[in-house]
Design a protein. Structure first.
Length: 264
């Protein structure tokens, strides 16, 4: 059953929760939303059976949650943190986080913000460790396209560095229009991963406790270096390789990894 909470700016955020244990909020990556995301829904069900209260929410601009507002240009990541704060408050005031892909970066920023995050696990956060300002420029170009109302071009821009077959497959599938619809929410994803190596000493310095940084056995070249970069940046973090292929995971395998990382 869908529940709702209200973020700091009055935006409605929709979520489901499964189980009666300590809260664990699942932070989706680019394009993910509850409707149609059966893998995350199944992950939530398994985690609920494994002792957590698993919270699966629609990020701002997706599903049943409220929209990304043009007037918030430049504050997209901050709004995401406020949304997570509202969800955490609604489910008890403290929660662990699991962040998938760029949702992992959002989870780390949220943990750093001191909003009641207890522990964090992330999977394959797409940070370019040799970035020389390109990620920030990429996020700004994406923001400009969204502000100008060019949502389809924005999605193409967001996916331009992914394997070409991913964009081609998306455009030829029935999912394309849905992806375009959530385009404004992608700016937060881009902003979250726009971190520079020179900022490492101060980056995520207030993230509490142990962080588990997960990466798949078979994966894209960006992810293993990114995982080690995150683990080296955080004082209490370790990397772990799990059974997963090319940025895709199976719910039961991921549930096992999360339970091992965060405890029952």
């Amino acid at each position: 059953m869908t529940e709702f909470t209200t973020s700091a700016d009055g935006t409605r955020i929709a979520y489901d929760r499964v189980g009666d244990g300590p809260p664990l909020v699942l932070v989706g990556g680019a394009f993910q939303q509850r409707a149609g995301d059966e893998s995350t829904a199944e992950l939530a069900r398994i985690l609920g059976d494994r002792g957590f209260s698993a919270v699966h929410y629609d990020r701002r601009g997706r599903g049943e949650s409220g929209p990304v507002r043009v007037e918030d240009a430049g504050q997209e990541l901050q709004r995401e943190i406020e949304d997570l704060a509202a969800v955490i408050s609604a489910v008890g005031g403290e929660a662990a986080l699991f962040g998938n892909s760029s949702g992992g970066a959002i989870a780390l920023w949220a943990a750093d913000a001191g909003i009641g995050v207890t522990r964090v696990a992330v999977f394959e956060v797409p940070i370019a460790v040799d970035d020389d300002g390109e990620a920030a420029a990429f996020a700004e170009e994406l923001r400009e396209l969204i502000v100008a109302g060019h949502d389809e071009r924005a999605v193409e821009h967001f996916m331009k560095d992914m394997p070409p077959a991913w964009l081609e497959g998306a455009k030829s599938s029935g999912a394309w229009q849905g992806m375009v619809k959530v385009a404004p929410s992608l700016v937060a994803d881009a902003a979250a991963i726009a971190v520079h190596d020179s900022d490492r000493d101060e980056l995520w310095a207030r993230v509490p406790g142990h962080v588990s940084v997960l990466v798949g056995e078979q994966t894209l070249p960006i992810f293993p270096p990114a995982a080690h970069w995150i683990a080296e940046t955080l004082p209490e973090a370790r990397t772990e390789t799990i059974e997963a292929e090319f940025h895709q995971w199976q719910p039961r395998v991921m549930a096992d990894a999360i339970v091992d990382a965060l405890g029952r």
